[in-house]
Design a protein around this ligand. Structure first.
Ligand code: OTU
Length: 644
């Protein structure tokens, strides 16, 4: 078996498969086959070595490896011509996602625009803002009823019917590509819905599908695992296992591993069939035009007794094997790791060199800079920039070909405990209470969410509410202006960090919390998953409104950012030394360096930086600046460049 054997059926599907396909297969294919051969030569040995390491003991592993090679080769030859050409263009500029003209936008399809076709109709709105990267939260067929916002997938091969059909996804991908945008989708790879056909078959007693999951058969083995596991949703989904009598054998008992909700069954990646299934899901979606996969809950993929089952070496090998195989079949497709863990551990999701153990870009191209996001919120609450400065130093170890996803808010809670290794528990608790509006003098309008054990409860709420904006607030009111300044600061700092910034839906119009009425009980994250307010968006050019003031200022920042080469994300942001405690400062090096200085406090300050050049300019306000005596108003941020 080799790629050659895939030829006949592959040609057929290339000819029939894709609207934009114009060239005849016979004229194109020789060069595509040749470039496939080159990619196999280059990436198959990596994939094979990782798969052998993962699945050495599995019977018939040799046959299975041949099948894997065939699976990716077939997908490569089936890749629609416009996507293969897109791969070639992307590979010619491999740092495209690190450029300062890139901006992401993250949304739930239904909340933003009802359906996939609705999203397509809003591409103009997004393009006007400067968006170049769409992250649509889960949109594959989901379990009916509770489904964790679609993170309980019932069928990876179908679109959720409420949102559209497969044709709508390919149409959206094509329209996005035409508008200069990339499309990112979640692949919920750690678990399936209890209603997924695999889980149904397992419950019906099919041993093949039972082996897709982790089934435990005694209370002792459950307790032994629990002893070293953490909990993600300790209040709404305590424990990591769910009794499932249908899985019991011979009159015994059975529990299924459910790290998240009881209806989210963790997949068993020690079973190569599971690895293969998810690989085929990735290949299938890649050939629909998806450019980036957000690998949901990446740290949890592999389990081993006596560990926390987060970020085990095998987890990294699984992701690295997917990357190598995608590099064969869909070479410009990117992987985005979702690991909300200690900042030092997040870096490991970019990859490591096996020989040296040093960071290397062989795993996820993108990973969430959760640490910096959390540290910025913490800094505004405490007026202390030190943790953010410390993080900038730690995070500078990022491999240069990989990039952070930088962000102010996302669809999840802000998890203070992710900073537990850096920040005292007492501070984390205080900040958590501050954002719940529960400390004296707090302006925040958020809510506390569940905590694991003695940890600090995490925080829910839209960014605009967390900075204290009331839904009816108008510019000119002192508290509204202060709230908008804080929100703009969070975005201005984030847009200057190294990485691909992703805006969360509604933040561009300073959208506040969802109405409390109708929120699902117990799941406070819906507080920050409101419907897009298109009436408010219609005010986005009206400076008499909070939405208009904020949108105008943010849009300007996005445009200025695109012109500043140093804000492209190759080199990390470096903290500036010698600043007062309430001032965050960092430098982005480049032919023309950019300094970012942010006053995290409500008091005006004058800072003085030693400088050899005397001509400096505020790149946004376009005014001259004296760096030796620079006034910064409350929550003011400046991007500073050398003049001339
Ligand atoms: C992710 O988040 C998603 O972003 C959530 O929306 C889902 O509910 C969840 O997975 C289950 O699919 O704990 O609080 O280290 O922190 O996977 C959010 C990664 C989460 C986890 C992360 C998870």
């Amino acid at each position: 078996l080799s790629w050659k054997h895939a030829r006949q059926p592959v040609f057929l599907s290339i000819t029939l498969g894709f609207n934009g396909m114009t060239s005849s297969p016979s004229s194109r294919t020789p060069s595509r086959a040749e470039s496939l051969r080159q990619r196999l030569d280059r990436h198959w040995p990596t994939a094979e070595a990782l798969l052998r390491r993962l699945y050495a003991g599995v019977p018939d592993v040799e046959d299975w490896l041949v099948r894997m090679r065939n699976v990716v080769s077939t997908a490569a030859l089936n890749r629609p011509a416009p996507l293969a050409e897109r791969d070639d263009r992307r590979l010619a500029e491999p740092d495209w996602f690190q450029r300062s003209n890139q901006l992401g936008y993250c949304f739930y399809v239904d909340r933003f625009a009802g359906t996939l076709a609705g999203v397509q109709a809003r591409l103009g709105y997004l393009a006007d803002l400067g968006v170049t990267y769409l992250h649509a939260l889960p949109l594959l067929a989901m379990q009916a009823g509770d489904n964790d916002g679609g993170f309980a997938v019932a069928d990876y091969r179908a679109i959720e019917p409420r949102l559209g059909r497969t044709e709508d996804l390919t149409a959206l991908a094509q329209a996005a590509h035409g508008a200069g945008m990339a499309l990112c989708l979640d692949v919920v790879c750690n678990h399936t819905a209890r209603d997924h056909a695999w889980a149904q078959a397992a419950r019906a007693g099919d041993p093949r599908y039972r082996a897709y999951y982790h089934v435990l058969e005694s209370a002792e083995s459950v307790a032994a695992y629990e002893a070293t596991l953490g909990q993600v949703f300790p209040k709404t989904a305590p424990g990591n296992f769910t009794p499932e009598p249908a899985l019991a054998r011979d009159g015994g008992q059975a529990w299924v591993w459910t790290t998240f909700y009881p209806y989210q069954w963790d997949l068993n990646y020690a079973n190569p069939a599971v690895f293969q299934e998810m690989l085929e899901v990735l290949l299938h979606l890649a050939n629909q035009g998806v450019d980036v996969f957000r690998l949901d809950s990446t740290p949890f993929l592999w389990k081993a007794p006596g560990t926390a089952c987060r970020g085990l070496p095998q987890t990294h090998w699984v992701v690295r094997a997917w990357r190598a195989l995608l590099a064969i079949a869909a070479p410009a497709v990117l992987l985005k790791g979702e690991a909300i863990v200690d900042p030092d551990d997040v870096v490991s999701f970019f990859g490591r060199d096996d020989a040296t153990g040093l960071p290397a870009a062989n795993e996820c191209h993108l990973a969430y800079n959760n640490g910096m996001m959390t540290a910025l919120w913490l800094a505004q609450a405490t007026g202390d920039a030190a943790p953010a400065h410390a993080l900038l130093d730690r995070l500078a170890v990022r491999p240069r070909q990989a990039a952070w996803i930088t962000y102010v808010r996302c669809h999840d809670d802000i998890i203070w405990d992710a900073l537990a290794a850096l920040i005292p528990q007492e501070t984390l608790h205080r900040v958590s209470a501050f954002y719940a509006g529960a400390t004296p003098g707090s302006y925040a309008l958020g809510a506390a969410f569940q905590a694991d054990g003695d940890g600090a409860p995490s925080t829910n709420g839209m960014a605009a509410s967390l900075v204290g904006l009331r839904p009816e607030g108008r510019p000119g009111e002192a508290d509204t202006d202060a709230a908008l300044a804080r929100l703009l600061q969070l975005y201005q700092v984030t847009l200057a960090l190294d990485g691909l910034p992703v805006l969360y839906m509604g933040d561009e119009i300073a959208l506040t919390n969802a109405p409390l009425a109708g929120l699902p009980a117990g799941e406070g994250r819906w507080l920050h998953r409101p419907d897009m307010d298109w009436n408010r968006a219609a005010e986005r050019h009206d400076s008499a409104t909070a939405a208009g003031t904020f949108h105008t200022a943010l849009r300007r920042l996005i445009r200025v950012r695109a012109t500043l080469d140093a804000l492209s994300g190759i080199e990390p942001a470096r903290p500036l030394a010698g600043l007062p405690p309430g001032i965050l400062g960092f430098e982005r090096v480049g032919a023309r360096a950019v300094l970012c200085l942010a006053n995290l406090t409500g008091q005006a300050v004058t800072v003085s930086l030693p400088t050899t050049t005397d001509a400096w300019r505020d790149a946004v306000a376009e005014t001259a600046i004296d760096l030796t005596a620079l006034p910064l108003g409350p929550w003011q941020t400046r991007w500073i460049v050398a003049a001339g």
